[in-house]
Design a protein around this ligand. Structure first.
Ligand code: HEC
Ligand code: CU
Length: 341
């Protein structure tokens, strides 16, 4: 005889709590990095596929569990009936349970393969796509707009409603470009050209991050996609095209001296000056960015000071290795860099 178990609320209580937590989580609307609320055609294709397969799985679950529960009650041991006869070689049953999974697999495979073909082909040529080169670095993102002559970092501006064609490659190790609400992920591999194309359908700011472990600062290799209506995007693009602004106030003028005669130029470019380094982000319009160092810090003079004062305290292990500069020099450098709108 098995020992008699006393019934407790613990099991059902846990299940109830889980259902409540999941249910409430579903009520919070679109989380910033939710793949379940796509804002691009690419994201929506994958989301449609996910939802279709999810409902198939729910159907299978209900049928299988239904039969199981039915069998448990219908054929339970009522005592005094002896052992039931096992079923041997029922052709009808065997055909049924071979055919049913085959049909389900076909229903899942057809839309899956169709989606793979759509997202793996280049975008339709008629689309007037905007090309953007995405280059992964440890631990930040470089964005080049070859047709617009723009180079920027970490904040990817895209026009709403127009197809954007990303060409992805890496300067060092394998990264993965992932802005969940746009869709993805897509590997960013050194020496290999990958691509990803989509059209975003609502203006807004959509955070993302590197999705492939790429070294100690992997978790702080973030990205911000900024989707703008075409007039706002055009205004942004126009503001990014000219060379770096010449400073007018005396602090910034001294800052320009320090930057362009100092160590900074070995890694950074500021168009229109002798700074032509390519290890770090292009700083030609760094003052116009909302954030710094892969969107880890809001772009304020205080945060920029903090970064240049001690980059390792913000991103331990960062590739920006510089000697400690005196505070008054950093203040002048910050005045200059902030003026680079
Ligand atoms: C050895 C190369 C190197 C040198 C020298 C260097 N930097 Fe950097 N810098 C980097 C790298 C790499 C990053 C990106 C860090 C990250 O996000 O992980 C960066 C980021 C920055 C940023 C943030 C840019 C952005 O778009 O968020 C600023 C500002 C900056 N550096 C200023 C300076 C200044 C000022 C100097 C000179 C005092 C300097 N850097 C010298 C490599 C360098
Ligand atoms: Cu990475």
């Amino acid at each position: 005889m098995p020992s008699k178990k006393t019934w407790s609320w613990k099991g059902p209580g846990l299940v109830l709590a889980l259902v409540l937590v999941l249910g409430l989580a579903a009520c919070t609307g679109a989380l910033p990095q939710s793949t379940l609320h796509p804002i691009s055609d690419f994201g929506r294709r994958i989301d449609d596929l996910f939802r279709r397969i999810f409902w198939f799985a729910v159907g299978v679950f209900v049928v299988v569990e239904g039969l199981l529960v039915y069998a448990v009650f219908r054929f339970r041991d009522r005592g005094g009936e002896g052992r039931p006869e096992p079923v041997h070689g029922s052709t009808r049953l065997e055909i049924a349970w071979t055919l049913a999974p085959a049909v389900i697999l076909v229903l899942i495979a057809v839309p899956t393969i169709r989606t793979i073909f759509v997202v793996d082909n280049p975008p339709p040529a008629a689309d007037n796509a905007l090309p953007i080169d995405v280059i992964g670095h440890q631990w930040w993102w470089e964005f080049r707009y070859p047709t617009l002559g723009i180079v920027t970092a970490d904040e990817m501006h895209v026009p709403v409603g127009r197809t954007v064609e990303l060409h992805l490659t890496s300067k060092d190790v394998i990264h993965s470009f992932w802005v969940p609400r746009i869709g993805g992920k897509r590997d960013v591999v050194p020496g290999h050209d990958n691509f990803l194309w989509f059209a975003v359908d609502s203006a807004g700011e959509y955070p993302g991050q590197c999705a492939e472990f790429c070294g100690e600062e992997h978790a702080l290799m973030r990205v911000l996609a900024i989707a703008q209506d075409s007039a706002t995007f055009q205004a942004w693009a126009d503001s990014q095209k000219p060379d770096g602004r010449e400073p007018t106030d005396s602090m910034a003028i001294q800052g320009r001296q320090l930057v362009t005669n100092g160590i900074c130029i070995s890694c950074h470019t500021i168009r229109g000056t002798q700074a032509q380094g390519t290890i770090g982000p292009d700083l030609t319009h760094v003052g116009s960015r909302q954030t710094l160092v892969a969107t880890v810090l809001p772009n304020t003079p205080e945060n920029m000071f903090r970064w240049i004062h001690n980059p390792d305290s913000v991103k331990p292990g960062t590739k920006m290795k510089i000697p400690q500069l005196p505070d008054d020099q950093i203040r002048k450098i910050v005045a200059y860099l902030q003026s680079l709108k």
